[in-house]
Design a protein around this ligand. Structure first.
Ligand SMILES: [Zn+2]
Length: 272
C-alpha cells in the first residue's frame, strides 16, 4: 500500500512551540536554516526516488521563491501551510480568507500546478474551527490534512474523527494525521515529535497495523527536525523536550522509514 509523505516547510523559529520566545517580527533576524535543511530532504527523496507533498508556509514562499521553484522542479506536490503560522483558533474567518488567498498567490508564483491542499499550523482544525472548510473550497482547494484524531493535546485534536481519509464536507477531503488504536486509545504514529520520541520499531508497527487495516497513513516532517545544529533557545522543560529531542537521529530514522514503506504525494494517494 502506498502511504503519503508530507513536509511542513517552515524554519525552526516559525514553530508554535517557540512562539512565546520568538515573535514573528523577529523571524527575519533569526539564523536561517531552511535552505540547507530542505535541500537535504530533497536530496534524500531523490536518492530514494520518492515524491512527497510539501506544505509551504506563505512567509517562506515570499522570502525564498527559489526554494519553492526547486521543490517544484524536482517533481513534488506543493500545497499551502497558510501565511503566517497563526493558529486558526486565533484568526477570524475574514482574516483566514485573506491569509489563505495570499499564501496561495505567493506559492503559485513559483509553481506550475495549482495548489489543491492545505495543512493548518499546529493541526488547528478542531471542531470550533470547521468554518475554515468552506473557505478552503472557495479558493479551489480539494483536500485538507490537519485533523488529528487524539484527545490528549491542549492545542489540537478531534477525538472521534475517522482514522482514514474521508469527505469532511461535500467539496473537501480530509486526510487525518495517522494514529493507531491501542487498548482503546488513539496513539499518533504519523511523524513530528512522535517520530522522534517513540522508538522506531513502534512507528513501524503502527504503520504496518494501519496498512493491514486497509488505511494509508500520512507521515509529516519539518526541515528543522533533521538539524541538530540549529540555534538553541531557552525553553521550559516540556517544550525543550518536544523541540530538541533526538534531532540527531531523525535523518537516519527517516532513511529507514523510506526503505521500509512505499510513499508518494497526498494528491496521488487521494487520487485527486
Ligand atoms: Zn507548521
Amino acid at each position: 500500500m502506498k502511504n503519503a509523505l508530507s513536509v511542513d516547510v517552515e524554519d525552526w523559529f516559525c514553530v508554535h512551540n517557540l512562539s512565546d520566545v520568538i515573535k514573528k517580527e523577529e523571524w527575519t533576524k533569526c539564523e536561517q536554516r531552511i535552505t540547507i535543511n530542505l535541500t537535504r530532504i530533497l536530496d534524500i527523496l531523490d536518492e530514494k526516488q520518492i515524491k512527497a507533498t510539501f506544505f509551504v508556509l506563505g512567509w517562506i514562499a515570499e522570502h525564498y521563491p527559489d526554494l519553492v521553484r526547486e521543490i517544484d522542479d524536482r517533481g513534488h506536490e506543493i500545497a499551502t501551510h497558510g501565511l503566517s503560522h497563526t493558529l486558526l483558533t486565533q484568526l477570524t474567518p475574514e482574516l483566514f480568507d485573506e491569509e489563505l488567498k495570499r499564501s496561495i498567490q505567493l506559492i503559485e508564483k513559483s509553481t506550475r500546478n495549482n495548489v489543491i491542499g492545505h495543512r493548518a499550523p499546529s493541526f488547528s482544525i478542531i471542531e470550533e474551527t470547521y468554518w475554515v472548510l468552506d473557505i478552503l473550497a472557495k479558493h479551489g482547494l480539494k483536500y485538507d490534512s490537519s485533523v488529528f484524531p487524539v484527545s490528549f493535546h491542549p492545542d489540537y485534536g478531534v477525538p472521534d474523527a475517522p482514522l482514514g481519509p474521508y469527505k469532511i464536507t461535500e467539496k473537501v477531503w480530509e486526510f487525518p494525521l495517522s494514529v493507531v488504536k491501542i487498548l482503546g486509545r488513539n496513539i499518533p504514529i504519523s511523524g513530528g515529535g512522535y517520530f522522534r520520541i517513540f522508538p522506531y520499531r513502534f512507528i513501524r508497527y503502527g504503520i504496518r497495523k494501519a496498512n493491514l487495516e486497509g488505511r494509508p497513513v500520512v507521515f509529516y516532517l519539518h526541515p528543522w527536525e533533521i538539524d541538530p545544529h540549529q540555534p538553541k533557545v531557552k525553553l521550559p522543560p516540556l517544550k525543550r523536550f518536544r523541540h530538541y529531542y533526538n534531532l540527531d537521529k531523525t535523518e537516519q530514522r527517516l532513511r529507514k522509514l523510506l526503505d521500509d514503506f512505499q510513499f508518494t504525494t497526498i494528491r496521488e494517494v487521494l487520487d485527486l
